[in-house]
Write a protein that binds this ligand. Structure first.
Ligand code: 4NP
Length: 149
């Protein structure tokens, strides 16, 4: 069972903090964090519109702050979850030699969604749709985590 899960997107202000916020409320026994492949928003709180939509569903993201993904995260986490293929490739490019830490797409845990990535609401502006998909994938991830225990 993965005890430490890291959620990764591009900016670490929309998708990955929302994924962390939803998953930690579903599965508080697992330690979580999130990071961005870019350093564009280091130290920033999650994006206001994302926080607002999350808050209406009972998830507070206000304690989270953006940081950049680093090679050392392969040792710090048991499972790294990417929001899209580009994130996954940027993560894999930093994999230390010999590391076998699992890296998966979040949508792997939402097989019935028909989605192969979590669309970036920073560009689509569909914060509700993003959170819908995140809730489904987080529930799927929780089921996978519990099953592997
Ligand atoms: P995220 O969305 O990767 O889901 O956090 C983005 C947030 C900000 C930017 C890009 C994506 N940006 O270009 O600043």
């Amino acid at each position: 069972m993965p005890k430490r899960v890291l959620f990764v997107c591009l900016g670490n202000i929309c998708r990955s903090p929302a994924a962390e916020g939803v998953f930690r409320s579903l599965c508080p026994q697992v330690s979580t964090d999130s990071a961005g492949t870019s350093g564009w928003h280091i130290g920033d709180a999650p994006y206001g519109p994302m926080q607002n939509v999350a808050k209406t569903r009972g998830y507070s993201l206000s304690d989270l702050r953006a940081r950049q993904f680093a090679a050392a995260d392969f040792d710090r986490f048991d499972l790294i979850i990417a929001m899209d293929q580009s994130n996954l490739e940027d993560i894999e490019a930093l994999r230390p030699t010999g590391s076998d830490t699992a890296v998966r797409l979040f949508t792997d845990y939402a097989p019935h969604s028909g989605m192969d990535h979590v669309p970036d609401p920073y560009y689509t502006r569909d914060f509700d749709g993003c959170l819908n998909l995140i809730e489904v994938a987080a529930a799927g991830l929780m089921a996978a985590v519990v099953e592997s225990d």
